[in-house]
Design a protein around this ligand. Structure first.
Ligand code: 13P
Length: 254
C-alpha cells in the first residue's frame, strides 16, 4: 500500500530565526507521533538544510531539495547537485515545479534529466506536472500532462517505478483556488492511467501527490481520494498550526 506523503515546499521563505520557531512548534505538535501510514517531508531553501537537520532531533520529518541540477559536478555556477542534497540529509527532491518551468524556462526534457540525476544520486524525485488555466479551458489539459509524464518515462524507462509525481494545476498555486476534490481525483486517475501504459505495477507503486492551495480544511477530503497519495503544500506549510493540522489529518485506510 502507498504511504501518504505530505510535503512542505517553503519556496523562497524562511530565515534563521523563523526556522528555529517553526521547528520548535512542529516539535511540540509532532512529539511522540509514530506514523506508519504517512511521511512528512520538508523542502526548505537548501542553505538551511543543515540548520533544520540540527533542530529536528527526533521529529518524524524527512528532508527534500526544491530543485536539483541535472549535472553531477563541474562548472555550473549556482547549481546544487543530488550528491550535495544527499550529504545534507535529503531523501527527496522536487523537480519541474511550475515556478521553475515558467520562470527558468525548464522544459520537459530537462525536468526528466533532473529526475534521472536525482535517482542516480540516491534521491527520490518528486516530479511536478500540471496545466495552466488556458490549457484546461481549451481542452488541452490531458495532452499537456501526458506529454510531461511521457518525457520522464522516455528518459527513465523502467526506473519510472521509483519516482513520485505531484499534480499541481498552475491556476491553483498560491491563488487560493483549490481544484475541487473530484477535479483533482479525475486528474490523478488520468495520471495513473498514463502510468498504467508502463505496466500495472508502475501504476500501483508510483505515488501521485496533489498541490495547489492546500489548507487544513481541504487536506483530509483530498487525502481520502483513492488516487491522491499525498499533498504538496506551499503557503500553508509556513504556518505551523495550519501545517500541523494537515500533517495530523485523519486517514481512512484504503
Ligand atoms: P500553495 O500551497 O501556496 O498554493 O503552493 C503550492 C505549491 O506550489 C507547492 O509546491
Amino acid at each position: 500500500m502507498r504511504k501518504k506523503l505530505i510535503v512542505a515546499n517553503w519556496k523562497l521563505n524562511g530565515n534563521w530565526a523563523f526556522n528555529e520557531v517553526m521547528m520548535s512548534e512542529l516539535s511540540l505538535g509532532l512529539k511522540e507521533v509514530q506514523w506508519h501510514d504517512r511521511e512528512i517531508i520538508l523542502c526548505p531553501p537548501a542553505i538551511y538544510l543543515q540548520q533544520l537537520n540540527g533542530l529536528m532531533s527526533d521529529l518524524p520529518i524527512l528532508f527534500g531539495g526544491q530543485d536539483v541540477s541535472e549535472q553531477f559536478f563541474g562548472a555550473y555556477t549556482g547549481e546544487i547537485s543530488g550528491q550535495m542534497l544527499k550529504e545534507f540529509g535529503c531523501r527527496y527532491t522536487l523537480v519541474g515545479h511550475s515556478e521553475r518551468r515558467v520562470r527558468h524556462q525548464e522544459k520537459n526534457e530537462l525536468v526528466a534529466l533532473k529526475a534521472k540525476t536525482a535517482l542516480a544520486s540516491g534521491l527520490i524525485p518528486i516530479i511536478c506536472v500540471g496545466e495552466t488555466l488556458d490549457e484546461r479551458d481549451s481542452g488541452k489539459m490531458n495532452a499537456v500532462i501526458q506529454q510531461q509524464i511521457q518525457s520522464v518515462i522516455d528518459c527513465l524507462k523502467s526506473d519510472i517505478i521509483d519516482v513520485v509525481f505531484a499534480y499541481e494545476p498552475i491556476w491553483a498555486i498560491g491563488t487560493g483556488l483549490t481544484a475541487k476534490v473530484d477535479q483533482a481525483q479525475e486528474a490523478h486517475e488520468f495520471i495513473r492511467g498514463v502510468l498504467k501504459n508502463y505496466g500495472e505495477l508502475c501504476a500501483e507503486k508510483v505515488s501521485i501527490l496533489y498541490g495547489g492551495s492546500v489548507k487544513a480544511d481541504n487536506a483530509q477530503d483530498l487525502l481520502e481520494m483513492p488516487d491522491i497519495d499525498g499533498l504538496l503544500v506551499g503557503g500553508s506549510s509556513l504556518i505551523s498550526a495550519e501545517f500541523l493540522a494537515i500533517c495530523l489529518s485523519r486517514l481512512n485506510s484504503k
